[in-house]
Every structure is written in structure tokens, then in C-alpha cells.
Design a protein around this ligand. Sequence first.
Ligand code: IDP
Ligand code: MG
Length: 136
Amino acid sequence: MSNIERTLSIIKPDAVERSLDGQIKQIFLSNGFTIVQERKIQIEKSEAEKFYKVHETKPFYNDLCTYLSSGPIVVMVLEKENAILANRELMGSTNPKDAKENTIRKKFGLSIDKNSVHGSDSPENAKIEIDFFFKA
Ligand code: IDP
Ligand code: MG
């Protein structure tokens, strides 16, 4: 059975700042993703706090929200068969040091916090995150 899904991808400030957004989009396209929607924006810290609310009790929450709002980001809706898991695999582990060869985080990530990309982790969160940035 086919299972076409949509997931939210973010190219984070460290990658946009190094002008890697074109290359990263190309990686998604060459791995069979369709970029359904796309916006380049900069968000307020208060919006980053809402987006990362699930992490609010973590010690890195404040730095994470400061970081995500520190510069332009590219937010995209990606579509593909099993897109959520496929994107997580293509991104690689949260810590670029642990990420497999040929993953985006291995190639471009600088550190566990500046790891170049975000991707939704479940169908429920994909819907919430897509609505967060793209709801009319
Ligand atoms: P994920 O992005 O791979 O889904 P999460 O655990 O959801 O990883 O964490 C969200 C983001 O928070 C990570 O992408 C990373 O930027 C940051 N982060 C996660 N763990 C740490 C940490 O231990 N120190 C600093 N930043 C972290
Ligand atoms: Mg996550």
C-alpha cells in the first residue's frame, strides 16, 4: 500500500548563513522528495519557543530558541512515500558526530546544536509543524 506523507523540514540558521540552502534542497529533490511549499523567513524568539515547546524542560531549550530565531531559515513541506522516516534518515543523527556518511547532518552539521536541519518525528507532529508555518 502506498503511504505518501508530508513532513516539515527546516534549513536552520547555520546552514542558511553558509548559503547551503540550495545544496540541501537539491539533496531532497535528488532523493525523491517534492518540495510542496517553501518560505524563507526569520522568526521571533517567542515563535521558536512555541515551535520547540516539547523541549521546554530541557537544559538546552533557551539556547535552542535563541539559535532558531538568530537568522533566516528556510521552512519547507516535503512530500514522498514515508516522508517522515525518509527525511529523518536522510538528515542523520541529532549529533552530527554520530550521523552516518551521506546524511545531511554528517555533511554540513557543525555541532549538536548547529546541526543544519530539522525534520518532523511523527505523523502527529508533522501535521502540527506544517500548520505552524503554513496554515492559511
Ligand atoms: P532532532 O532535531 O534530531 O529531532 P531533538 O531531540 O528533537 O533532535 O532536539 C531538537 C534540537 O535541539 C536538535 O536538533 C538540536 O538542535 C537541539 N539539541 C538536542 N539535544 C541537544 C543537546 O544535548 N545540547 C544542545 N542542543 C541540543
Ligand atoms: Mg525533534
